[in-house]
Design a protein around this ligand. Structure first.
Ligand SMILES: *[C@@H]1O[C@H](CO)[C@@H](O)[C@H](O)[C@H]1NC(C)=O
Ligand SMILES: *[C@@H]1O[C@H](CO)[C@@H](O)[C@H](O)[C@H]1NC(C)=O
Ligand SMILES: *[C@@H]1O[C@H](CO)[C@@H](O)[C@H](O)[C@H]1NC(C)=O
Ligand SMILES: *[C@@H]1O[C@H](CO)[C@@H](O)[C@H](O)[C@H]1NC(C)=O
Ligand SMILES: *[C@@H]1O[C@H](CO)[C@@H](O)[C@H](O)[C@H]1NC(C)=O
Ligand SMILES: *[C@@H]1O[C@H](CO)[C@@H](O)[C@H](O)[C@H]1NC(C)=O
Length: 274
């Protein structure tokens, strides 16, 4: 006991004099100091959440990108922050604008960049149909079909869902949008005999379909396309890791839960099934 006290007293003294020397060094010159007691290995993802512009803030696993290193998320969930605070994600070689990420419900709202230009409902060159990646996301069941470069046909002017888009592939500029579910609202596909240059499919929300059935105008179509659609994603169980103070990392091709040094019961930092 006696010896212990003596030991503590002398180590306290040592620490105090060390701190004094350190303060001195810090005051006198601008030396870089690293406090080595932190377990850096276990909390550098949680301090590097993804933030870009006003729409996308504080985003964690499974997303990564920009300052957030690849091991802080899963492959396929890379976000890009462009100038002006615009967030993009690439899915099956196509770029999408990210309009929102609801981490609580694990839903991301995206739209094709092409629909954000001046001729909102028209296509940029090289645009092809939206190819989903079902490994990464759940897509809404409802789709809107868009036909471009359609020739005029008898009665085409009575279609409330007809709009206009120029393309340098054909001189036909008529375009149509439709969805089976909208037939009851008098919104129909052009007749099968009408050969359009291109047909693409875009996932849509039920809200969007309702808006179109109430007002089938091109303005509504543009607004609906610009508002995008929701895809669901999974965080592979990261929530269970985080609720006990662990940090999610992608390691050895799966989610790995890292324990910060402050969590002493290591079994708390685990993911079901690992
Ligand atoms: C974050 O952790 C990784 C490995 O887990 C390490 O290589 C890297 O140096 C750490 N970065 C920082 C800024 O601590
Ligand atoms: C990053 O996000 C995680 C998960 O939502 C959260 O626990 C953590 O506090 C965030 N980090 C910062 C610095 O906000
Ligand atoms: C990030 O989100 C977490 C909760 O998910 C919250 O505790 C933290 O304060 C947020 N950080 C910022 C910088 O908004
Ligand atoms: C879907 O995403 C996974 C994970 O990034 C990737 O391995 C796969 O190639 C993607 N599928 C397609 C069709 O691009
Ligand atoms: C169509 O026009 C764009 C420029 O507006 C051009 O880049 C593209 O090569 C043209 N496509 C064809 C097939 O001529
Ligand atoms: C650690 O946490 C697990 C899971 O909650 C619990 O079953 C176990 O008793 C804890 N161990 C200690 C030493 O507290």
């Amino acid at each position: 006991m006696h010896l212990n006290n003596l030991f503590s007293a002398s180590s306290l003294f040592l620490i105090l004099s060390w701190v004094r020397t350190l303060m001195f060094l810090l005051l006198v010159q601008d030396v870089p100091v690293s406090f080595g007691q932190e377990n850096v290995d276990s909390s550098n993802c949680s301090v590097l959440n993804f933030t870009c512009g006003d729409l996308i803030k504080n985003i964690s696993y499974p997303f990564w990108g920009n300052l957030r290193p690849p091991y802080c998320g899963m492959p396929g969930y890379k976000l890009d922050c462009l100038d002006g605070g615009i967030t993009e994600i690439e899915i099956v070689s196509e770029k999408y604008r990210v309009l929102g990420i609801d981490q609580g419900n694990k839903i991301m709202t995206i739209t094709r960049n092409d629909f954000l230009g001046e001729d909102d409902a028209c296509l940029a060159d090289g645009f092809d149909t939206i190819t989903p990646n079902f490994t990464l996301f759940n897509y809404p069941p409802d789709k809107l079909t868009l036909n471009y470069g359609c020739p005029a046909f008898p009665g085409s002017n009575t279609f409330p869902n007809k709009f206009n888009c120029e393309t340098n592939e054909t001189s036909n500029t008529d375009a149509y949008y439709w969805s089976g579910i909208l037939a009851s609202a008098g919104i129909n596909s052009p007749p099968n005999s009408v050969r359009c240059w291109k047909s693409i499919e875009v996932p849509v929300t039920v809200t969007a379909l309702r808006r179109l059935s109430n007002d089938p105008s091109t303005t509504t179509l543009s607004s609906v396309l610009r508002a995008g659609f929701d895809v669901g994603y999974s965080d592979a169980g990261c929530h269970d890791c985080m609720k006990n103070g662990g940090e999610c990392r992608y390691s050895s091709a799966s989610l790995t839960c890292f324990c910060p040094s402050s969590v002493t019961n290591r079994t708390l930092c685990s993911v079901p099934g690992t």
